[in-house]
Design a protein around this ligand. Structure first.
Ligand code: DGT
Ligand code: CA
Ligand code: CA
Ligand code: ZN
Length: 574
């Protein structure tokens, strides 16, 4: 963190504490102004301290200037430490909650005795908090969301959140005059399941202007750095975005460099050295002569390598495969012909089967499977056998009514703790497709869980195991299971394992997909959508599959309707 930002944060916190203490409003405002001015400086505050020009910064008088010097020299500010001691420690922490200002906090402290996060969370669940002036249901919700944000701050962001956000920012940057080829780099371009920060690259000549326009975009909360080739900002939601502006001559080299991974880049540089070349973010060089730089392909070519897709640039064998001309031909979103896992109003989905089907048809799909829950999933309104047959009738009617898309009648059937399924076989056999999953008893030991899942896969009517490890990114670890054993079973029975595309699942993950594709077990990539728009998460699942080196031939729902219908029957040996 830059010193500018550190000092800005301290002054803001001092203002908050003074606010809590109902100190002099002018003094409070002085700290806030100083904080903002220091953050907005385009130079390092340390340099100014050295030149003794602190008081030239607007809003910085002798008193604040001394505090800044003190911080630069000793790493702390005595008055800040003293001030912190005047309020309960837990209260200062609460100041970090978005949507909860010092004035409200002060009232909560005085009137309800709230001193820390525990107190606050308890109060938010009760009714009494609504008696505080300015508190309403909405405010309570805002504060709750603020607490969630605070708890998760500092964690890596799920790809499914980062991707649309990055696309929005890229769209904004593309509108800045002079920019061209604006593109995501870093872990986001490699489609890692979570990203630390968002890296963006653009091509332009007037770097300084571009960076300036970038730092002025509306969702920017804080500017960490702004030069003529690099800008770095924090958005309102806490996300860091790094923008690099490069010249056309080095665009490819910079894109390669900033896409990473670091391990991939290091391996490339080693190969370059062996050939007497040097590669960096400006290009590939022989002695002083630049021999490539405009395009990624050109750089790879100087190393006698084909272009390698970003998703597999992790130094996990891709460079060796490229040298041997055996790079995988990765599955693409356009290869997907249908979605085999989704829910409708019949269980916990939000819309009708017809609405889901129409949306899927709009995406160009040839088929979907409507897989509502089974009875054990009570919270998800799982279907009784009777309702299951009613739904089957509706599907049959819809298939007559809607042209251009086939709806398979399916179910996502719970795997009970003994490995048996939640509907009897006579019922399962009447369904076009059965996908099985674990929704309870996550804490089972590894052996029992493995036995449970293997047994479910052995049911002759099951086609696929879905969200095979049960993990929820940032919320719940995968359960204990011997994945190699599960894969072996799937292989011997010709059954598929799912890559669930829901942004918090991405389950199987990239590592497990790689294991699966290595032994030639089939994958099904599906969304588990509960809303029409969620069908769009397919791209997250496809990227995860790509990171696991999956090809079109590995994916059952990359087959056309005829191929898939045949496969569904083959699995059951019909
Ligand atoms: P993240 O942000 O933690 O999800 O992961 P990345 O991969 O986006 O990492 P980040 O943002 O620190 O840097 C972006 C890319 O820049 C990284 O993938 C490779 C490149 N890079 C950064 N630092 C170095 C370095 O020290 N050496 C090399 N060769 N490349 C680097
Ligand atoms: Ca990054
Ligand atoms: Ca970065
Ligand atoms: Zn589901």
């Amino acid at each position: 963190m830059s010193k500018n930002r550190e000092i800005g944060d301290i002054f803001d916190t001092m203002a908050d504490i003074l606010d809590l203490l109902e100190d002099n409003p002018f003094r409070i405002r002085a700290y806030r102004n100083a904080a903002r001015n220091i953050r907005e400086l385009t130079v390092n505050i340390e340099d100014i301290v050295n030149r003794d020009e602190l008081t030239k910064i607007p809003g910085i008088g002798k008193d604040l200037g001394d505090k800044i010097s003190e911080f630069i020299q000793t790493g702390k500010i005595n008055d800040y430490d003293k001030l912190k001691k005047k309020v309960p420690e837990g209260l200062v922490e609460l100041l970090g909650i978005q949507g909860l200002g010092p004035k409200t906090l002060s009232k909560l402290n005085k009137e309800l005795g709230i001193k820390n996060l525990d107190d606050l969370e308890r109060a938010l669940e009760g009714k009494k908090i609504l008696t505080i002036h300015g508190m309403g249901e909405k405010k309570v919700e805002d504060i709750k969301r603020g607490i969630e944000l605070l708890k998760h701050s500092g964690e890596r962001m799920p790809l499914g959140i980062a991707l649309p956000l990055a696309e929005e920012i890229i769209f904004e940057i593309s509108k800045i005059p002079g920019t061209e080829g604006t593109i995501a780099a870093g872990s986001l371009r490699r489609m890692r399941e979570t990203v630390g920060d968002i890296d963006i690259l653009t091509m332009a000549k007037n770097g300084e202007e571009i960076i300036k326009a970038f730092t002025n975009l509306s969702p920017v909360k804080e500017v960490l750095a702004a030069g003529d080739t690099k800008g770095s900002v924090i958005l309102e939601n806490g996300t860091q975005i790094d923008l690099r502006v490069v010249e056309q001559e080095s665009y490819g080299a910079a894109l390669l460099y900033f896409t990473g991974s670091k391990a991939h880049n290091i391996k490339l540089r080693t190969i370059a050295l062996e050939k007497g070349l040097k590669i960096n973010e400006y290009g590939a060089f022989r002695d002083k002569e630049k021999i490539a730089g405009k395009k990624e392909e050109e750089i790879y070519k100087t190393l006698e390598l084909p272009w390698i897709p970003p998703e597999i640039r992790e130094d996990k064998g891709e460079i060796e495969a490229a040298l041997d001309s055996r790079l995988p031909n990765l599955i693409e979103l356009e290869d997907i012909r249908g979605d085999l896992h989704m829910h409708s109003k019949w269980s916990d989905g939000k819309v009708t089967i017809e609405e889901m089907a129409q949306k899927a048809k709009g995406l160009g799909y040839e088929y979907i499977a409507m897989t509502d829950h089974s009875p054990s999933s009570r919270i998800a309104r799982g279907l009784s056998v009777e309702r299951l047959y009613e739904k089957k009738k509706e599907v049959e009617e819809l298939n007559k009514k809607i042209k251009g898309i086939k709806i398979f009648m399916g179910s996502e059937v719970d795997i009970k703790s003994d490995g048996s399924l939640d509907y009897p076989d006579e019922v399962l056999k009447d369904l076009d497709i059965v996908i099985a999953s674990v929704h309870s008893g996550f804490k089972m030991d590894r052996e029992s869980m493995t036995r449970r899942i293997v047994k479910a896969l052995q049911n002759p009517f099951v086609h696929a195991l879905v969200h095979p490890t049960g993990r929820l990114i940032g919320e719940r670890e995968a359960f204990e299971v011997d994945m190699d054993e599960v894969i072996k079973t799937a292989k011997s029975l010709g059954k598929a394992l799912e890559v669930n595309s829901y942004y918090l699942r991405l389950d199987l993950n990239d590592i497990n997909v790689r294991k699966v594709t290595q032994v030639g077990v089939k994958l099904v990539i599906s969304t588990d959508a509960h809303l029409p728009d969620q069908l769009g998460m397919m791209r997250l699942g496809v990227s995860t599959a790509r990171r696991g080196w999956a090809e079109k031939k590995d994916v059952v729902n990359a087959m056309d309707l005829k191929g898939l219908s045949k496969w569904l029957k083959e699995v059951r040996k019909e």
